[in-house]
Design a protein around this ligand. Sequence first.
Ligand code: FAD
Length: 492
Amino acid sequence: MSALVIGTGYGGSVTALRLAQAGVDVHMVEMGMAWDTPGPDGNIFANTISPDHRSYWLRTRTKQPLSNFLGFPIDRDIPLHTGILDAEDFSGISVYQGRGVGGGSLVNGGMAVTPKRENFGGVLPSVNPDEMYNVYYPRANAGLGVTEVDPAWWESAECYQYARVGRKHAERSGFPFVFVPNVYDWDYMEKEQAGTVPKSALRGEVLYGNNHGKKSLQKTYLAQARATGRVAISPLHKVTSVTPASGGRYTVVIEQINTSGVTTATKSVTADRVFFAAGSVGTSKLLTKLKATGALPGLNGEIGKGWGDNGNVMCGRANHLWDATGALQSSMPTAGIDNWAAGGAFAEVAPLPTGIETFASFYLSITKNPNRGQFTYNPATGKVDLNWQTAWKQPSIDAAKTIFDKINAKEGTIYRTDLFGVYKIWGDHLTYHPLGGVVLNKATDNHGRLHGHPGLYVADGSLVPGNASVNPFVTITALAERNIERVIAEDL
Ligand code: FAD
């Protein structure tokens, strides 16, 4: 029995580990780099303040989520390279994703949030909450190394001044303020604050990778998977096609690329089982194209549908001079404002690690946005388009305003207008949290088996129908744990 896993993010890493533990030989194929070798500066990853060739996936100019500061554009030219952060542009939205062995775990903020149980029915309606909350969420949290910051340390740590200001403003307006677990090593961060180890979170590292401290998948699920001796990983290899072969097997076409993104070899392998774990966008694009071109004719009409942005919208507030947020800010968020029940918004109190005092509070809100996009194949370009429109973010802005209009009124403050352009309040052009496109129990059965092609599975965020009510990777991990357990029991 051989299995091929496309992608090395959360869904792919869980799947590979559990298959290997069940005695299956697994080949993981990852289009991004391995991220295991230091560059000329001695670091594997580039710093957020000074992006370089390592920072972006095949771009010649950075595309920073906060494009402006004090109204001035801050993007800069960089050499074309298979860097770590992809800002993938569709017509109405840029979708940020991690590229490399570890997927999104390489670039994300590490916020590891289990949705409130009362909201779970709106997240994955076909999944039994009992099994998730009793078995798979705990298993995922343990596998990822999720822990909470020590509240006593947090209360006095210089690097969380911004979060304490966020709490003060939330509480003065009557909003529930919650601590949010993370996968960062808090002992390491305490040493960073004490000045006894090289800094990572306290050097602003996050978007382009953390050189220390963060328990990315490379250190958790993938390390365990490798230790089984049954998992091989091919970085800088991109899957372009999966088609039925004889004997119920599948032929997988893989392009090897160089660090300029140029194809240097095309390989064809066969596998008994293929798991799509290329992320919401990657898996949706592959399957939409494979269905439209007739390569996988059995796929059903749900492929490409039900894509959402997890309601992401960003904003900043300008504080009074007595509410300094601190020149030193940890890049790992620890706190959120929960107005989901009343206003459909959960706002993460986010860092703005510029190294100088900005008097700004910055937030990434996750909102209950009902809009859903669809992927379609464009035969003229050979590419897959997404029909999202920027105006579809309006429900997210309205939801976020239920929190920040109130805080501004209470504090006598205003929104920052200099972070996303000139006189632009809302960061409504992007998402960090693509979800859906191959929705569970619609495009697949209730455990990720693709309809019409036995032996093909989906294992990543594309299964989650557009919104997780909180940051999504714990849910993606837990769902992958649930599905692969069933598949191993019944299909192998
Ligand atoms: P991914 O982790 O995206 O992995 C998919 C992998 O497949 C990638 O490595 C990709 O390169 C590879 N791939 C794609 N196509 C192919 C192909 N054709 N062939 C081979 N390989 C392919 N979530 C949270 O819960 N908390 C946070 O704090 C948080 N912060 C974030 C901050 C940023 C800047 C970003 C970008 C995301 C953040 N997220 C956060 C989101 C989280 O990282 C994603 O939800 C998660 O990584 C998705 O997991 P996945 O398994 O679906 O896919």
